[in-house]
Design a protein around this ligand. Structure first.
Ligand SMILES: NC(=O)c1ccc[n+]([C@@H]2O[C@H](COP(=O)([O-])OP(=O)(O)OC[C@H]3O[C@@H](n4cnc5c(N)ncnc54)[C@H](OP(=O)(O)O)[C@@H]3O)[C@@H](O)[C@H]2O)c1
Length: 295
């Protein structure tokens, strides 16, 4: 049974929001209102309350976040406001309006010291301010009782800024790129995540549970393997050289191991998850088709 729902998407000019926009026509039973900071600043409680009251949505998908991981170490307050406080503002407004929320979080809530895939009950221990701010945001949403959290990792898209586009841009002008091979995780094509979210909310309301879920594409790789495959698929003439994290210091500490166990979302929502290499190939085909290789 499918439902007719009105969906409010916040932060919709980012990677995930743009992908939701791009595939929204595939979900004719859903209607959408897309907003970014100009239309709805999610750190403003009054604006959020008024907006929700006015349009009365069935679901809010919060795609807005402070995603600059390294900048979060110095711009702590801005990251806290957007990643911790704002999700709570939306969740409370949802609760007051009888509406549900889908909120996106991150693998950075874990310290990355594990050697087995993280499930939703694995102990959290963020090591960066970004990770800490996202964890607090999760807690605020869960406390409201109306929101589901989807933790994802290594998000990329043909829209916005991301690793795939950075590698393409650099591989076009440099003969060699040095990329870390001791951080293992799983890339996630934002289009696949967008599709999963819309599948979940287009189904009957009973299956929606306000709980934490893990979602990425299938398989595992290092950033080096990911970069290698990007250059391979785009046929760019650039050597990818593996290096260790210690040779590429960054302000925010990264998890060494960021692999998700995805059984919960796969079983509860009965979804198929594609392998990262297949999804990357789909994204690169779009990038080539749209002429984005000339970035
Ligand atoms: N990117 C990753 O690798 C990754 C990995 C794991 C999880 N995630 C999570 O996945 C979700 C989606 O990430 P993404 O990469 O799609 O993010 P993104 O591309 O950075 O998009 C975020 C959007 O939110 C907007 N925004 C900023 N402040 C706002 C405000 N006060 N009110 C409303 N909108 C505001 C941004 O506008 P401006 O661009 O103008 O600031 C941007 O359009 C986030 O929750 C993120 O934490 C991301």
């Amino acid at each position: 049974m499918e439902n007719n729902s009105l969906i409010l998407v916040t932060g919709s000019n980012g990677q995930l929001g743009s992908e939701i926009k791009a595939i929204s026509h595939l979900y004719p039973t859903l209607s959408f209102v897309f907003t970014d900071i100009e239309e709805l600043n999610i750190i403003d409680p009054e604006a959020v309350e008024t907006f929700l009251k006015k349009i009365n949505p069935n679901f809010v998908i919060n795609c807005a976040a402070y995603t600059a991981v390294d900048k979060s170490e110095t711009e702590m307050e801005a990251a806290t406001l957007l990643n911790s406080v704002a999700p709570g503002i939306i969740a409370n407004a949802c609760k007051a309006n009888g509406c549900r929320m889908v909120h996106i979080s991150t693998d950075y809530v874990f310290d990355g010291n594990a050697y087995q895939p993280y499930n939703e009950l694995s102990p959290v221990n963020p090591t960066s301010h970004y990770g800490k701010s996202k964890l607090k945001g999760e807690e605020n949403v869960i406390e409201s009782g109306v929101g589901m959290i989807i933790r994802t990792s290594w998000l990329y898209s043909s829209f916005g800024h991301n690793f795939v586009k950075t590698i393409i841009r650099n591989a076009k002008i440099k003969p060699e790129l040095r990329v870390v091979f001791d951080q293992i995780g799983c890339p996630t094509y934002a289009r696949d995540l967008a599709d999963v979210i819309l599948k979940i909310i287009s189904r009957n309301n009973e299956s929606f549970i306000p709980s934490v879920f893990h979602y990425s594409n299938e398989g595992v790789c290092s950033w080096y393997d990911f970069a290698f495959e990007i250059v391979n698929l785009t046929k760019l003439d650039c050597k990818i050289t593996p290096i260790e994290t210690k040779d590429y210091p960054l302000p925010a500490k990264r998890p060494h191991y960021s692999v998700f166990n995805k059984e919960k979302i796969r079983n509860h929502y009965n979804i198929e998850i594609s392998h990262w290499s297949k999804s990357l190939s789909n994204c690169i085909s779009l990038i080539i088709k749209d002429g984005l290789l000339n970035l």
